[in-house]
Design a protein around this ligand. Structure first.
Ligand code: SDX
Length: 437
């Protein structure tokens, strides 16, 4: 790699520094800014990390302009077409597609962790009946660490690997149990002869008094959604997991932090917010009114499921999900499902509107996923929990990547301070009322 440098000088002080440019396999170079503070005594400033690479990673590559998404170099379209979520989880964790022996072994290991300690059921019984599943996931996953004191040595690669297998295996069990809590039905134990997606559907929808057969179209559709949501580079929740893990926190606590971040409507909570938005819009004739609201800076309303920090073209995942909607609705719902029709019309209106075109606001992964979840009978409140189940594979891969890096150190950004200068304490009996000189 040619030795590429940038020179930065402070014209006022005449101080200069040379910054090293680093190139990745593909994608934009990065400027190593370590010398900026050392040589010029200043910090860089990038609220929201709009132009900041926080780490080096080999897991996922995104090209936002070209609409490219690669997991360990494999295009998302090919994985969606040919793989399964659990095989993608292996790929994301270990960097290669498994050979037959490794695949057998991985499935066995994950399946040996699908049950949760019976104490977890008592955890869930403590929540209010209508507790949001994401709140139950945050609390329960964080509490998982209290059951595994035998494997919390984060410096032991084997402990890290067992924790990753445990979390990938147990997230569906806990998510499904949260759903059963909400609807007042008994929790269903995992059935290890089922596939990952079929197990999740069975734990959500089977009941003790009747036979339940997982519909293969539903199994395939859910597995596809899990693949598409498995990882996405340094998004907010993955960055949260990395920052939490950088202090040495245990992986269960880190994933609980990731779940909390994913819950936000600007991130993973958007899939739930899209369905609420479509319900509020109601019918196509109201679309112009809501587009105006989305464009009004004084109105907090945003077109949920639209826009993306990285994709300034189509989100390849949204394209795949939109196509899958047709297949799923054919099987499960009225192919002219009014909600799907409305979503298609809203996309059509938005993509003709100057405001959205100018800002390159396209449907993202959350825009159509809810249409499929709803057709599978999954309630809106469970949409982000489904996202969390899938993203646990990515969160664990990034956590393992970070923890196995010998140069890893605690993440501790600085700030631009604009508060008060130093001032002396004033006893309350001589303090003037607020606002008086
Ligand atoms: C996910 O990071 C990831 O990879 C996330 C994710 C993953 O897999 O992990 O892909 C999953 O979180 C997808 C995004 C789901 N969120 C939503 O759908 C919520 C709605 N979208 C917006 O909140 C927003 O688009 C974000 C949060 C997704 C992106 O925000 P940015 O990058 O900070 O963009 P911005 O807010 O600076 O927007 C740029 C402009 C602004 O207008 P101007 O100030 O230039 O006039 O576009 C406007 C914004 O007001 N804008 C929108 C809009 N999104 C951006 N206006 C109306 N509706 C929107 N949805």
């Amino acid at each position: 790699m040619a030795n590429k440098t940038l020179e930065l000088s402070d014209l006022a002080s005449g101080k200069k520094t040379e910054l090293q440019l680093k190139s990745g396999t593909i994608g934009p170079d990065v400027v190593d800014i370590a010398a900026v503070n050392k040589d010029l005594g200043v910090f860089t400033f990038d609220p929201g990390f709009m132009a900041t690479a926080s780490t080096e990673s080999k897991i996922t590559y995104i090209d936002g302009d070209a609409g490219v998404l690669l997991y360990r170099g494999y295009p998302i379209e090919q994985l969606a077409e040919n793989s399964t979520f659990l095989e993608v989880a292996y790929l994301i964790l270990y960097g290669e597609l498994p050979d037959a022996a490794k695949w057998e072994d991985f499935q066995k290991r994950v399946k040996s962790h699908t049950m949760v300690h019976e104490g977890i059921r008592r955890f869930l019984s403590g929540y209010h009946h209508d507790a949001h599943p994401m709140g139950m996931l945050v609390g329960t996953v964080g509490g998982l660490s209290t059951f595994y004191h035998d494997s919390l040595d984060i410096n032991d690669p084997r402990h890290r690997e067992i924790s990753a297998h445990r979390l990938i295996a147990k997230m569906p069990t806990i998510a499904a149990a949260s759903y059963k809590k909400n609807i007042g039905e008994p929790t269903v134990y995992p059935r290890n002869h089922l596939s990952y997606a079929a197990n999740l559907l069975n734990m959500m929808f089977s009941v003790p008094c009747e036979d339940y057969e997982v519909n293969p179209v539903a199994e395939r559709a859910l597995d596809l959604l899990l693949i598409l949501h498995a990882d996405h580079e340094q998004n907010a929740s993955t960055s949260t997991v990395r920052l939490a893990g950088s202090s040495g926190a245990n992986p269960f606590a880190c994933v609980a932090a990731g779940i909390a971040s994913l819950w936000g409507p600007a991130h993973g909570g958007a899939n739930e917010a899209v369905l609420d938005m479509l319900t509020e819009i109601g019918e196509a004739k109201n679309i112009p009114k809501y587009l105006d609201k989305a464009k009004d800076k004084d109105d907090p309303f945003r077109l949920m499921g639209f826009g993306h920090r990285v994709y300034k073209n189509f989100d390849p995942r949204a394209t795949i999900i939109r196509q899958t909607c047709y297949e799923v609705l054919d099987e499960f719902a009225d192919a002219n499902d009014p909600m799907f029709e409305l979503a298609l019309r809203l996309e059509e209106f938005a993509l003709k509107d100057e405001y959205f075109v100018e800002r390159k606001l396209y449907p993202n992964v959350d825009y159509y996923s809810g249409i499929i979840y709803k057709a599978l009978g999954i309630p809106t409140t469970m949409f982000t929990a489904m996202f969390a189940v899938a993203r646990t594979a990515g969160w664990m891969a990034h956590w393992m990547e970070m923890m196995s890096d010998p140069t890893q150190r605690i993440g501790r950004p600085r700030q631009l301070y604009t508060g008060e200068m130093r001032r002396e304490y004033v006893p309350i009996d001589v303090r003037k009322p607020a606002g008086t000189a």
